[in-house]
Design a binder for this molecule. Structure first.
Ligand SMILES: Cc1cc2nc3c(=O)[nH]c(=O)nc-3n(C[C@H](O)[C@H](O)[C@H](O)COP(=O)(O)OP(=O)(O)OC[C@H]3O[C@@H](n4cnc5c(N)ncnc54)[C@H](O)[C@@H]3O)c2cc1C
Length: 431
């Protein structure tokens, strides 16, 4: 069993994205003991998968680097990766948590030299690229992964490939006998920062995501722009590798729709406005590349309004006020053809583009009601702030679809609430 000491003065944070990392760091830097539980092999969450951040359009790596540095020097935080909470019971100040940890087959001696990866030929679908690319079955999740430790995929354990990886490791970091573990933890407060997942685009039948190669989601588009992503940063069509110079962005793909997610995912408008800037970046200002945004209404709040205004001034970006009815495909070219009615001019259109990007909705990544029915959520499953929840606090996108700035604020607030709970316990025990 992994050595984890946790008492009812410990704060357990579930989810190691930007919100979970923030909550863990804020609590630990205030002197509290924290266990941070992440289901993936690395911390970072979905922000690590973005190409650039709005509104500044910088790479997410700088924020990650700062948090990772804070983590490394803080002995109060114990990080468990490849770990998921199976059960939670108890009440504020006295929770019991059962965690299942999958084997990484690589221990802490790993120096991330990559020799194991070079030694194997087997490949697996790469979840970091939303399965648009493949990675070796001995892999580092991504360049800035934390911890900097490779992972051996279970598919090669017990095979010749697994043995090749082991033989290539000069520091004895590969342990093919590693087993799954159950870890029982105590906690005074729990911060639930499990974030969001993209709505399943295949459910939106009329948009043909499962049928047409040149219909992708906004999260896939982020990976396509990344030089380390599935297309090495080239904006090309999945069907034929041709440059995608006429791109349609469809807003509210799965959101604000009673057949799918009824809530507004809030971030999609800003994400699309940001993604239109990727075209100019890729093809240059003089190119004929153009973006068309099909929208119901654009929701860009407070300081983001300025970003929206800037994009509106770009002559290469046009806005069509319309909920696209359906997408067909031109069989010869593979071009998606969007059908609908422009609600400003009441004109029907059949608009052909090289590529369609669905601004996909965001939903809670975990159905918290399936884990414990005592937590108050809204109709979409996002965790509410409610006294009835005891010391179980939502943080970041587990509470709402939020941008990074707001997710961090929400995580800091959750850390403060959790600190108040464990402080009361310490005082009661000292009295
Ligand atoms: C297309 C798109 C583009 C975006 N671009 C921007 C942008 O440019 N700027 C911006 O500010 N925001 C942007 N966002 C929003 C941004 O992605 C979120 O603000 C951010 O991901 C919130 O972080 P989080 O930690 O709350 O959630 P997440 O990033 O989802 O992290 C949650 C973490 O919890 C882990 N987890 C999940 N379930 C479990 C479990 N059961 N046990 C343990 N761990 C678990 C996950 O593996 C993950 O590491 C964009 C969103 C979309 C859809």
């Amino acid at each position: 069993m992994a050595e984890v000491v946790a008492t009812n003065e410990t704060i357990v944070v579930v989810g190691g994205g930007i919100s979970g990392m923030t909550a863990a760091l804020e609590a630990a830097e205030c002197g509290k003991d924290v266990v941070l539980i992440e289901k993936n092999p690395s911390l970072g969450g979905r922000v690590a998968q973005l190409y650039k951040y709005f509104p500044k359009l910088c790479r997410p790596t700088c924020g990650q680097e700062i948090n990772q540095r804070r983590l490394k020097v803080n002995p109060r935080i114990k990080v468990l990766t490849m770990a998921e909470v199976e059960a939670v019971s108890g009440q504020a100040g006295d929770y019991s948590i059962t965690v299942n940890q999958s084997p990484r087959f690589v221990n802490e001696k790993c120096t991330a030299c990559g020799a194991c990866s070079s030694a194997v030929t087997s490949e697996i679908a790469n979840p970091f690229d939303y399965n648009l690319s493949k990675t070796k079955a001995a892999y580092l999740p991504f360049d800035m992964a934390y911890p900097q430790q490779y992972v051996i995929d279970p598919s090669i354990v017990g095979t010749e490939e697994g043995e090749k990886a082991k033989a290539a490791c000069s520091v004895g970091a590969i342990d093919l006998e590693m087993e799954a573990e159950t870890i029982n933890l105590k906690a005074g407060a729990i911060i639930w920062a499990t974030g969001w997942k993209p709505y399943d685009a295949g459910n939106i039948q009329p948009y043909g995501y499962d049928r047409f190669l040149n219909v992708v989601t906004s999260v896939e588009f982020e990976r396509m722009m990344d030089p380390k992503g599935p297309t090495a940063g080239k904006l090309v069509r999945p069907s034929d590798g041709a440059e995608a110079k006429s791109i349609a962005f469809i807003q509210c793909a799965g959101s604000r729709d009673r057949n799918h997610l009824t809530h507004c995912s809030r971030i999609c408008c800003m994400a699309t406005l940001k993604q239109t800037t990727y075209l100019t970046e890729q093809f240059g200002e003089q190119s004929e590349a153009e973006a068309t945004i099909y929208y119901i209404d654009i929701r860009a709040i407070d300081r983001f309004e300025e970003f929206y205004n800037r994009v509106q001034e770009d002559e290469k970006v046009s806005f069509v006020k319309s909920k696209v009815a359906y997408i067909a495909e031109d069989k010869a070219s593979g071009n998606p053809i969007l059908h609908g009615v422009d609600t400003e001019g009441y004109n029907r259109y059949a608009a052909e583009h090289d590529l369609v990007v669905l601004a996909i909705g965001m939903e809670p990544s975990v159905d918290i009601n399936a884990l414990t029915s005592e937590i108050s959520t809204d109709a979409s499953g996002f965790i509410q702030l409610d006294e009835e929840n005891g010391a179980f606090f939502g943080a970041g996108c587990s509470t709402n679809p939020l941008d990074v700035n707001r997710a961090v604020q929400s995580a800091t607030a959750a850390a403060l609430r959790a600190i108040q709970v464990v402080n009361q316990i310490s005082r009661a025990e000292a009295a």
